[in-house]
Ligand binder design. Structure first.
Ligand SMILES: [Fe+2]
Ligand SMILES: [Fe+2]
Length: 307
């Protein structure tokens, strides 16, 4: 296909269109030897595997909170975006649950962590006030869209040489997290916009939640791979976790500014990530988004882009 023709028609800002793409990935075909699915960075593979353990429960919580809040939002356009984020996140939750079942098969201790995350979100859903729930979702979504941008920007370093199925899952997820990256923020602004300090507190609470949930699963995986007995591997794993957390924290600083909106975050602008642009065009043109070959993505990165 002519990728440039499709790219020229593409939207100028990554948050302009939220398309629901109901994808399923054959996670069960990944063998134990490829559980750390990125040869470019096994530490990133472990980090993303660990991050994903509690994610489907958050995504289901988000769907419930959006459904509950929809009628109270007074903007028709935002209600349409809420419908789209519900569609995207419901599909993400399915895909992550499949992959997580494969991970639980490899590291059985993850089952209790996943069950606990499920219970925690159910408790939050049942007992916390609406403002907390909407605020927490907005805080959490700050990091999913920023992680989306960071991972796509560091694509070659993190997953340039990787399993084509699980790489495809992550590219799909990250592109869509960026696409709907302002919806939860806009919902919070629409319903509780005057409570700016509360929004910022929720960003910090969500950061702590994500880091602690990810670290618990990361520890199980380091242990499962025997890396605690291999000092170099262990140091590399902790080094990666720390450096990624710092990258994410640095990127989140503009979120605490007075006139912040996700669309004007310095990392999210019209100078779009070329993999995201090419991926969207490729999917629209009928490419298979559940399987991403290395050569395919590399070609997107070397082809000239015409906006
Ligand atoms: Fe998601
Ligand atoms: Fe999201």
């Amino acid at each position: 296909m002519d990728i440039n023709a499709s790219l020229a028609d593409d939207h100028p800002h990554p948050m302009d269109a939220i398309l629901v793409r109901p994808l399923r990935f054959d996670a069960q075909r990944v063998g134990n030897e490829d559980i750390l699915w990125s040869k470019s960075s096994p530490e990133f593979a472990m980090f993303s595997n660990a991050l994903g353990i509690h994610v489907p429960w958050f995504e289901r919580f988000l769907v419930a909170v959006m459904r509950q809040s929809r009628e109270r939002v007074d903007s028709e356009r935002l209600r349409a975006d809420m419908k789209a984020i519900i569609g995207q996140e419901a599909n993400h939750a399915h895909a992550f649950e499949d992959w997580n079942n494969r991970l639980i098969n490899r590291y059985p201790q993850l089952k209790s962590l996943s069950d606990k995350a499920k219970r925690d979100f159910a408790q939050m859903q049942a007992h916390k006030p609406d403002q907390f729930k909407v605020g927490f979702v907005a805080g959490y979504e700050t990091f999913t869209f920023l992680a989306g941008l960071i991972i796509l920007d560091r694509y070659h370093e993190l997953m340039g040489d990787a399993d084509p199925t699980i790489r495809a899952l992550w590219v799909w997820h990250q592109v869509e997290e960026v696409e709907h990256g302002s919806v939860a923020f806009d919902v919070y602004q629409n319903l509780y916009g005057e409570k700016e300090w509360y929004r910022k507190a929720m960003v910090m609470l969500a950061a702590l939640h994500i880091i602690s949930e990810t670290f618990k699963a990361y520890h199980v995986m380091i242990k499962g791979e025997g890396w605690y007995r291999r000092p170099r591997r262990m140091l590399a794993a902790f080094g990666f976790f720390t450096s990624f957390a710092i990258d994410l924290f640095r990127s989140s600083l503009p979120v605490f500014g007075r006139r912040y909106h996700p669309r004007v975050h310095p990392r999210c602008n019209h100078d779009q990530n070329r993999i995201a642009v090419a991926w969207r065009a490729w999917v629209l043109a009928g490419g298979d988004p559940t399987h991403l070959e290395t050569a395919n993505v590399n070609k997107w990165c070397t082809d000239p882009i015409t906006h």
